[in-house]
Design a protein around this ligand. Structure first.
Ligand code: HEM
Length: 208
């Protein structure tokens, strides 16, 4: 009973956070110079490479975030396999575009080279884990596919953890915006990967 309630709560939280962050992020689809973009200089804002990277990233990122939660529901997979495949394709394409664009956008991110390296490695890990998940299912290796998708989506959730940690690092911890951004460039994804790796290993052990 307790396990069922906690699973249901966990799923609700996942949908709520993933859709919440994705829908809020879609405000950039207006192509207006709002929020984060107001911190950029005129020179950066008129740079075509920056614009392609930024908008490519914020257009496809929310699609990746929203397509993930359905895919991990066992009943949904069992009953709607065709839809699972379709949403899976949307997810992979969204990660490919948003990841490559995120790698580009990382070169203009606040906080200097330390933050740039953090986001660049996140983008590369995102592309790598998603490619591995795709190749595993092409080889009909379902276990490997599930494990790589779990890693991939744990990285997608960096978009959520970043938006939780950033205000906490500034408010209660008292860091400046730049200091908080330097920390969050790494903190938004490395703990996610550690947690999902522990979870995958525990699950593997319980099947042995
Ligand atoms: C997991 C890999 C990801 C990487 C490497 C990444 C990287 C970045 C970088 C470097 C920036 C800053 C751009 C700049 O300084 O100009 C940024 C901003 C942004 N990203 Fe991502 N991101 C990732 C995932 C996502 C996802 C899944 C979403 C979906 C909602 C997303 C939505 C945004 C938005 C809306 C911004 C604009 C800044 C803001 O308002 O917070 N990102 N991202």
């Amino acid at each position: 009973m307790i396990k069922r309630v906690s699973t249901a709560l966990g799923r609700f939280l996942l949908f709520f956070l993933a859709f919440g962050v994705a829908l809020v992020s879609m405000r950039y689809w207006s192509f207006e110079t709002i929020d984060f973009l107001q911190m950029k200089t005129e020179e950066v804002l008129s740079n075509q490479l920056f614009r392609i990277s930024f908008y490519g990233h914020v257009i496809f990122g929310p699609l990746a975030l929203m397509s993930g939660p359905f895919q991990f529901l066992p009943k949904f997979r069992a009953k709607r396999m065709q839809l699972h495949r379709l949403i899976g394709k949307v997810y992979i394409i969204a990660v490919l575009f948003s990841g490559l664009a995120g790698l580009g956008a990382a070169q203009w991110t606040p906080g200097g080279e330390f933050t740039q390296l953090g986001f660049s490695l996140l983008a590369l890990s995102w592309l790598y884990t998603t490619t591995k998940a795709y190749l595993s299912i092409r080889n009909l290796d379902i276990d490997a596919h599930q494990q790589w998708m779990l890693r991939s989506y744990a990285l997608t959730l960096a978009a959520v953890t970043l938006r939780i940690y950033l205000p906490l690092l500034q408010g209660p911890i008292g860091l400046s915006f730049i200091e908080a951004y330097q920390v969050v460039g790494w903190m938004c994804w490395i703990p996610n990967l550690i947690v999902i790796e522990i979870w995958i290993r525990k699950r593997m052990m319980s099947f042995e």
